[in-house]
Design a protein around this ligand. Structure first.
Ligand code: NAP
Length: 302
């Protein structure tokens, strides 16, 4: 098994990365770096430079930090000759991720921009079904309660936190994977709470009759659905890509294992000496922030 270091022991590290690594035949969690978090039985560092200096035996680093602090860690890891796995969204800006990709190539290490929702059970079969279809329209309905899923995480409303596009980029990662044609944004309306720096809701309209409603103020039932209309029928991905319904009937989907699949993919990339850097979901976020009309809505506090 290959030793791996997990950096940023917060919500997603504890919920998904630690169990995925523990269940993998490829990886052994050899160290963590976090100011406050740790994993029982695993050597815990609070200083990243110290970990890099003291553990040359760890060739791979997985970064679970929020996007803004992530670049500096990734750049240091690559400079130290380590392969790097990035949580989504892969950075605070597109340019910084392109820079990391160049650094990784020059250093001969793997860089993997993970998009966990692309590994959801229904996504591959949806992509296969749509591959030879003529798409007439598509709609993203991504509405959740930020208080429930990100309690107290103020970074999501700080510059670079991306607001509703933090979960919204999951939908964008799916739609950019399953549609057989490219789309680009025509217009968007972004709702910024009066006291915050990132949007809490967004309405988007792309080419090819593709639209999206993203909202972080949804109480009660939560919606993570993508509907695609074709000339021969309708496909719906529910539950963030976990459930696939074609013409009203549930389709067979793969096993539920988004994060294990990401770590399997990282093992393949490292073994093959390749990188995988896909910024297409983030491109649509950047376009929304470039093109979108901004309206101010009620202040938001956790
Ligand atoms: P989080 O719990 O708020 O933060 C993760 C860890 O990052 C923190 O525990 C903290 O560890 C470290 N950190 C935070 N700010 C830092 C800073 N300025 N400098 C250095 N370290 C810092 O966030 P999260 O919910 O796990 O999300 C992290 C990433 O995973 C995000 O990009 C998010 O989009 C993605 N993600 C989250 C979820 C989810 O359900 N939450 C799901 C999928 C993907 P220490 O304070 O111990 O250093």
């Amino acid at each position: 098994m290959t030793p791996i270091c997990l950096v940023g022991i917060g919500k997603i590290a504890v919920d998904q990365h630690v169990p995925a690594i523990a269940g993998s035949a490829d990886w052994e969690l050899a160290a963590t770096v976090s100011r406050a978090g740790h994993v029982a039985g695993v050597q815990a560092y609070t200083d990243f430079d110290q970990m890099l200096a003291e553990r040359p035996d760890i060739p791979v680093v997985s970064l679970c930090l929020p996007p803004v602090p992530r670049y500096d860690y990734a750049a240091k890891a690559i400079a130290a000759g380590r392969h790097v796995m990035l949580e989504k969204p892969p950075g605070a800006t597109l340019a910084e991720v392109y820079a990391l990709a160049d650094m990784a190539q020059a250093a001969g290490v793997t860089l993997y921009t993970t998009w966990h929702s692309r590994m959801a059970e229904g996504v591959d079969p949806a992509k296969s079904w749509l591959a030879d279809k003529q798409i007439t329209a598509a709609h993203i309905n991504w509405k959740e309660d930020v208080r429930r899923w990100h309690p107290g995480q103020d970074w999501v409303f700080e510059p670079g936190g991306m607001g509703v596009f933090d979960p919204g980029s999951n939908a964008l990662s799916i739609i950019t994977e399953i549609l057989p044609m490219p789309i680009h944004l025509r217009n968007a309306t972004l709702s910024f709470p009066a006291n915050r720096d990132t949007p809490i809701a967004a309405q988007m309209q792309w080419t090819e009759n593709v639209t999206g409603d993203f909202d972080w103020r949804q109480e009660g039932p939560q919606s993570w659905d993508i509907t695609v209309e074709t000339t021969v029928g309708t496909l719906v991905l529910h539950d963030g890509g976990a459930r696939l319904v074609i013409d009203g009937k549930d389709a067979v989907v793969g096993p539920r294992a988004e994060y294990p699949a990401l770590y399997d993919r990282m093992a393949e990339l490292v073994a093959a000496g390749r990188s995988e850097v896909d910024l297409s979901p983030m491109l649509h976020v950047a376009d929304a922030l470039t093109l979108g009309k901004r309206i101010t809505v009620d202040a938001f506090d956790f």
